[in-house]
Design a binder for this molecule. Structure first.
Ligand code: DGJ
Length: 707
């Protein structure tokens, strides 16, 4: 056995140990921090030679190749017109620091070079990225590249997220069985059904405890996520871009940048995992809360849809200013022909039939009311009924002369075409240059099918083009904020996050649905990036009626806003909105910087969750009854995360309105309006007696004044 060269990348809580030996790069460990490596790690982990097996111990490196005897899902697949279909990469060189490792591989037969890099940051987030170069004299057709990380044998469950329009990110969890557990997205955007992160679990993982390994492709196009358990016993997790046939063909000498993946590990449950993601994202200088506090937003979509009546919009603006809204967003319907969803996409010029003097008067009106202005676009789309389509019917993604089936009466504009890209960039840029626009909501309302450009699959290039376009818009308009929306939450992923400042979590503003959607979007995305709006009394999608206080408390835990015609609100509702807006403003610093805690509450009919300041000086929690509790007196709400030794003042906040009760009087602690005092350890281990709430009601608890 050749001498192994052990290289460890470590952060305070996570280590990854590589072994560069025998012309191979093997990961011996990815998980909890290990400070010391025994010299015999290789010997300790090497397999025996089994009967009816290869005559040498099988070693699985970071590149999983058939040529080395690996029989599971490979890392790379491709060919040169049927040749060079099997690779054998040799490890030429490894460069590393304490936090990065770059392995240079070469396959002299397949004529490929691969540079594979791992970067572990201080928050325990591991980013893997790769560059593939064709060193041959003919084209190489890359069919797939999946990054894989090994899991220990104790990883016994897989959890991922599924969903559909208005019902995003619902968890599904099951045992890791033999074979592949795979989630594929083929809709050309991350999708409502996108998993955000594929998770492997060990130790009955819940929010507060247990091990969890997460992997996500940092990409907004097609994707694949796997967990694999082989008959050999090996368990691993993999992710990558999903490629259509012929999508990536490398010309001789060409280098292809393979979309990266983000790996995350915690032995402190789902909350620990989220904490790592949040700390990493919040450390970015461009993270929105590092620029300014997140403005309370009102979006007019659900209030008016396509009815752009300026008097009505002004009336909503008056009401918005009155309650303290800081950003007012004009949604779909402001541009040429867009009187409904059948026409106009592609022509980003103001519709003079509804805005005869352009948008300047309404923007001035809104600015004078003390609010900034935001505007909706859907630049990657085109309606056949548009001037753009009439001029360039060829500028749609399509294959073999076929027209893809319409979806919401629209096609996908081929922004891999330089002319189409320039058209969108210039028209959007012209609007942003002409008007005082602080923010754009960028929608993407249909899936990509048959998405070809000049006979070649084009989802990869389309995704790269939208990243380029966002970057260019921000370069030209440095203060511009962009929201990623896609029929609600269908483009929320760890790739788009580098280009946008807000994610529209869902088109479903029904608070009961939102409790679940926001809880699990929060697995990877911190609350300040998730748009959370108070919707109308009767939810537009579910038609369920919920009280203002439940909607207000639910919408508080995010980048809060309003999606409702508040000119129709009752005076009592307006009073609640006003005090809720003030509450949001006073708590947003805590809400957008603290540690999110989702309590492992024994009563599954209620959610208990909140945010604790990083210095444990204060916290804000909610108890939300989603359904009837099974017992008369709901289970005690334990509130972890505070300093066990400190004494806090605990009281109910009514700034988001008063919820209903199913009791004659409240638990004693709630009757004391000044609050009661409890230590952090008492809150965590004994907890608070919740009131008896009817379903779809919640309370807010303020914990402050640490002594
Ligand atoms: C879908 C979005 O999710 C909505 O918020 C709204 O912007 C509509 N599109 C407008 O067409």
């Amino acid at each position: 056995m050749a001498r192994s060269k052990i290289i460890t990348l470590s952060s305070p809580k996570v280590s990854i140990i590589f072994d560069a030996s025998d012309n191979n790069l093997v990961i011996r460990h990815w998980g909890a921090v290990i400070e010391y490596q025994g010299a015999d790690l290789q010997a300790a982990t090497t397999k025996s030679v089994a009967k009816s097996g290869f005559d040498e111990p099988l070693v699985t490196g970071v590149l999983r190749e058939h040529s080395r005897g690996f029989l599971g899902h490979p890392t790379i697949g491709g060919h040169r017109n049927g040749k060079a279909w099997s690779t054998y990469f040799s490890l030429a060189k490894v460069d590393h620091t304490d936090s990065t490792l770059t392995a240079h591989f070469a396959d002299v037969s397949a004529h490929l070079n691969l540079e594979l890099s791992y970067q572990l940051n201080e928050f325990g987030i591991l980013k893997a990225s790769a560059l593939l170069t064709n060193t041959g004299s003919d084209s190489y057709n890359l069919e797939q590249f999946t990054y894989w990380l090994p899991l220990p044998d104790r990883a016994n469950e897989v959890m991922d997220f599924t969903g559909r329009w208005s019902h995003e990110r619902h968890p599904q969890r099951h045992a890791i069985r033999y074979g592949l557990s795979t989630r594929e997205i083929r809709e050309g955007r991350s999708g409502h059904d996108y998993t955000i992160a594929q998770l492997a679990l060990a130790g009955n993982t819940e929010f507060a405890h247990g091990e969890v390994w997460g992997l996500s492709v940092a990409w907004s196009g097609n994707s694949v996520h796997h967990v694999e358990r082989l008959a050999t016993g090996d368990i691993s997790i993999g992710a990558g871009e999903l490629l259509e046939p012929g999508e990536i063909i490398l010309a001789p000498g060409a280098t292809h940048t393979i979309p990266s993946v983000i790996a995350n590990y915690s032995d402190e449950g789902f909350d620990g995992l989220s904490h790592n993601y949040y700390r990493w994202l919040r450390a970015r200088p461009t993270h929105p809360t590092n620029v300014r506090p997140r403005p309370l937003t009102l979006n007019v979509w659900e209030a008016i849809e396509f009815d752009h009546d300026s008097e009505k919009i002004k009336a909503i603006a008056d009401a918005a200013a009155e309650v303290g809204v800081e950003r007012f967003v004009l949604d779909d319907g402001w541009f040429n022909l867009r009187r409904d969803d059948r026409a106009g996409l592609g022509d980003w010029v103001v519709d003079k039939s509804v805005w005869p003097q352009g948008l300047a008067p309404i923007i001035k009106y809104i600015n004078e009311k003390g609010m900034e202005f935001g505007l909706w676009f859907e630049g990657e789309m085109i309606n056949p009924d548009s001037d753009l389509f009439r001029a360039h019917p060829e500028w749609i993604l399509h294959e073999a002369g076929r027209t893809p089936p319409l979806w919401r009466h629209q096609q996908v504009l081929d922004i891999t075409h330089p002319g189409a890209y320039e058209h969108v960039l210039n028209q959007v840029d012209a609007i942003l240059s002409a008007y005082n626009i602080a923010y754009i909501k960028w929608d993407h309302n249909r899936v990509l099918v048959d998405a070809g450009h000049l006979g070649q699959a084009a989802v990869h290039n389309q995704t790269a083009a939208i990243y380029r376009l966002f970057a260019e818009l921000k370069k030209r308009h440095p203060k511009l904020e962009i929201e990623s929306c896609a029929s609600g939450g269908a483009r929320i992923d760890l790739g788009i996050i580098d280009y946008v400042d807000r994610l529209w979590t869902s088109d479903n503003n029904d608070a009961l649905e939102r409790q679940m959607i926001q809880r699990w979007t929060g697995i990877a995305i911190p609350p300040e990036l998730c748009g959370t709006h108070i919707g109308p009394r009767r939810g537009n999608q579910t038609k369920r009626t919920t009280d203002i206080s439940f909607r207000a408390i639910t919408a508080l835990f995010g980048h809060a806003g309003i999606e409702w015609d508040i000119t129709s609100a009752e005076p009592e509702e307006l009073a609640v909105i006003k005090s809720w807006v003030a509450l949001y403003k006073s708590k947003r610093q805590l809400l957008h910087s603290g540690k999110t805690i989702r309590v492992d509450h024994p009563d599954s009919n209620s959610f208990v969750y909140g945010v604790v300041a990083q210095d444990q000086s204060e916290a804000l929690f909610a108890i939300a009854a989603r359904d009837m509790s099974d017992s008369t007196f709901p289970a005690m709400a334990c509130i972890p995360g505070l300093d066990p030794k400190k004494i806090y003042t605990v009281k109910v906040l009514t700034g988001a309105g008063n919820s209903k009760r199913m009791e004659v009087n409240e638990p004693a602690w709630m009757l004391n309006l000044e609050g009661v005092t409890l230590s952090g350890v008492e809150l965590a281990t004994i907890g608070l007696r919740p009131p008896i709430l009817p379903p779809e009601n919640a309370i807010l608890i303020e914990i402050s004044g640490a002594q």
